[in-house]
Design a protein around this ligand. Structure first.
Ligand code: SAH
Length: 346
C-alpha cells in the first residue's frame, strides 16, 4: 500500500527550503512553493504555474494539500453568509461572514464541536471531535475573505474566534494560524483586528499574556456569580471566577489592553440588580467593555431573553460605573449563523 502522504502545509518555510536542497534543487524553490501555499492559497500543485512540471509532479508524489472545501454557502437576508466547511477527514465546521456598513468580520471555528458544555449553546450539543489545524483555521479566513470581495466588494477587515470551539483549548494551533494571518507572507492583517473569545481558561489567559500576543481578548462571562455561572457553564466549577479574575488581572497588567465581556441576560437567571452589581465588581479593575448579546433560542425555552427593563437596568448600572456597554443585535438568525447557533444543522 502507498504510504500516507504528508500534508505539505505542515512544513515551515525552513523545512520546505531544506526539502528542496535535499532534492538537489535550490532553497529558493521552497520560498516559491511557500508563497503558493499561503499567500496565493493554492488548492493543488497544478496551480503553481511558475514551478516546472517535473517539480510539480515530484511534489505530487510526496505530498498532499489538505485544503478545506466550502461544501455549502448560505446567505441571510441581512447579508450574513455562513459556510459549511468540509475538512480532509470529512468532518464539518462552520464559519460566518458578518458585513456591516463599516466592516466585514469573519467568525471562525477553532475546533470541530467544542470542549465545553455551556447549556445555552448549540455547539455544545455536538460531540467534540478534534482540534482544527492551523491551516484549517487559516483556510476558513481565506474563504471568507474571497466571499467578502465577491459579494461585498471589499476585503475582510476583522476576525473573531467566536465560531465553534474553545480557542484556548486549541491554543497552539490558533496562535500558529494567527501568525500566518498577520504575516506579510500570509494575509498581512493587523492583529489589532483580531479578537479571540474564550469562556475563560485561566492558565491559558496567563500564557497568552506571557506570549505577548497582540490580538484582543473577549471573555464570555454571562454571570459573575459562581453559583449561577456554574449552573449555565458547568466547567466554571473547574475554573471558578476567582481564578478567572486573577488571570485577567495578570493579562491586563502585562498588556494594558481593554477586556471585552460577552454577556447574555436571561429571564430568571441573571436579570436582577445583584447580578449586574456582581458584574461591575468583577470587571471594574481594568478598562472594560460589556457586549450585551441578544439570546438566540436553541431549544425548548429553558432559556429566554430577559425583558427590556432588565437590559435597561444593566445598561444604566454599567454606564454609571464607567463601563462601556453595547447592546448587540444578532445577525444571520434566519440561517442559524448567529452566536450559539452553529451546529452543522444542514
Ligand atoms: N468558546 C468561546 C468561543 C465561542 S464564542 C467562547 O465561549 O467565548 C460564541 C459566543 O456566543 C460566546 O460568547 C457564547 O457565550 C455566545 N453564545 C453561545 N450560545 C448563545 C446563544 N444561544 N445566544 C447568544 N449567544 C450565545
Amino acid at each position: 500500500m502507498e504510504a500516507k502522504k504528508k500534508d505539505i502545509r505542515a512544513l515551515t518555510k525552513e523545512q520546505l527550503r531544506d526539502f528542496f536542497v535535499k532534492e538537489g534543487d535550490k532553497a529558493f524553490r521552497g520560498n516559491q512553493v511557500y508563497e503558493w501555499l499561503w499567500q496565493k492559497s493554492a488548492h493543488s500543485f497544478e496551480d503553481m504555474t511558475n514551478i516546472s512540471l517535473k517539480t510539480r509532479q515530484m511534489l505530487q508524489d510526496n505530498f498532499v494539500i489538505n485544503h478545506i472545501k466550502v461544501d455549502q454557502m448560505q446567505r441571510s437576508s441581512d447579508g450574513t453568509i455562513k459556510n459549511a466547511v468540509r475538512l480532509h477527514d470529512d468532518l464539518i465546521v462552520e464559519s460566518v461572514l458578518i458585513p456591516t456598513p463599516t466592516r466585514t468580520t469573519a467568525c471562525v471555528s477553532s475546533q470541530v464541536g467544542c470542549s465545553l458544555d455551556c447549556k445555552f449553546c448549540a455547539t455544545a450539543r455536538l460531540k467534540r471531535m478534534r482540534n482544527l489545524n492551523p491551516d484549517e483555521i487559516y483556510d476558513q479566513v481565506v474563504a471568507i475573505d474571497n466571499e467578502s470581495r465577491l459579494y461585498h466588494d471589499r476585503p475582510l477587515s476583522n476576525i473573531v474566534f467566536m465560531g465553534m470551539g474553545e480557542p484556548l483549548m486549541n491554543y497552539n494551533n490558533v496562535l500558529k494560524a494567527i501568525d500566518k494571518i498577520t504575516s506579510p507572507e500570509g494575509l498581512g492583517m493587523s492583529p489589532k483586528r483580531i479578537v479571540v473569545s474564550t469562556s475563560g481558561v485561566p492558565k491559558m489567559i496567563k500564557k497568552m499574556a506571557d506570549d505577548e500576543v497582540k490580538f484582543k481578548l473577549a471573555v464570555s462571562l454571562h454571570s459573575a456569580i459562581d453559583e449561577v455561572r456554574t449552573s449555565i457553564m458547568p466547567f466554571n466549577a473547574t475554573f471558578p471566577l476567582k481564578d478567572l479574575r486573577e488571570a485577567l488581572e495578570y493579562w491586563y497588567a502585562k498588556t494594558r489592553n481593554r477586556i471585552t465581556y460577552e454577556y447574555v441576560v436571561w429571564k430568571g437567571i441573571n436579570d436582577k440588580q445583584k447580578d449586574v452589581e456582581a458584574l461591575v465588581e468583577f470587571c471594574k479593575f481594568s478598562p472594560s467593555k460589556v457586549n450585551l448579546i441578544e439570546y438566540n433560542p436553541i431549544d425548548d425555552g429553558e432559556f429566554q431573553q430577559a425583558n427590556p427593563q432588565a437590559l435597561d437596568m444593566y445598561v444604566k448600572t454599567l454606564e454609571k460605573n464607567n463601563i462601556t456597554v453595547t447592546v448587540r443585535r444578532s445577525r444571520g438568525k434566519d440561517i442559524d449563523a448567529a452566536c450559539g447557533q452553529l451546529a452543522n444543522k444542514s
